[in-house]
Design a protein around this ligand. Structure first.
Ligand code: DQA
Length: 147
């Protein structure tokens, strides 16, 4: 089972960016951890990050075309990118799983973070647990794939 763990804008700044909210670990640390969690679940996990909306949209198309499941932290795109939502919708409507994840709990933060344009087409959402949000998402994927 292949899983793309896709991360949106400013998540390449993890460790430096508002550590009181997002923690002290970096995207490179997440890559190592997610890889290990994936191996433990018998999955091959690839972690990517971009600040670019079109690149993220392209990776979602790639997931559809190569039949990879997706763990997606859309970062700020969560709250306003209909292009990202439409690309993510192609993943779930083609029978693949897509879990929306957030490090923080957007519902407990500023009101502009309360709405996710992605949530309605995701298989499910995990938010508020730091890197553990990704671990839980991978576990949930593995569980759902087992049936
Ligand atoms: C985030 C939450 C978003 O509101 C924010 O724009 C981010 C990160 C999170 O992981 O908590 O960049 O997706």
């Amino acid at each position: 089972t292949r899983v793309l763990v896709l991360n949106g804008p400013n998540l390449g700044r993890l460790g430096v960016r508002e550590p009181e909210i997002y923690g002290h670990a970096s995207m490179a640390d997440l890559e190592v951890q997610a890889g290990a969690w994936g191996s433990g679940l018998g999955m091959s996990v690839e972690v990517r990050q971009t600040d670019d909306e079109s690149e993220l949209v392209g990776w979602l198309h790639e997931a559809v075309d190569t039949r990879a499941h997706v763990v997606l932290n859309p970062a700020a795109f969560t709250h306003y990118s209909y292009a990202l939502r439409d690309a993510a919708a192609q993943v779930t409507t083609s029978g693949l799983l897509l879990v929306e994840v957030h490090l923080s709990n957007p519902a407990a933060r500023e009101s502009f973070r309360h709405y996710s344009v992605v949530a309605g087409i995701a298989t499910g959402t995990v938010a508020g647990f730091g890197f553990d949000s990704y671990r839980l998402a991978l576990q949930a994927l593995a569980g759902k794939l087992k049936g």
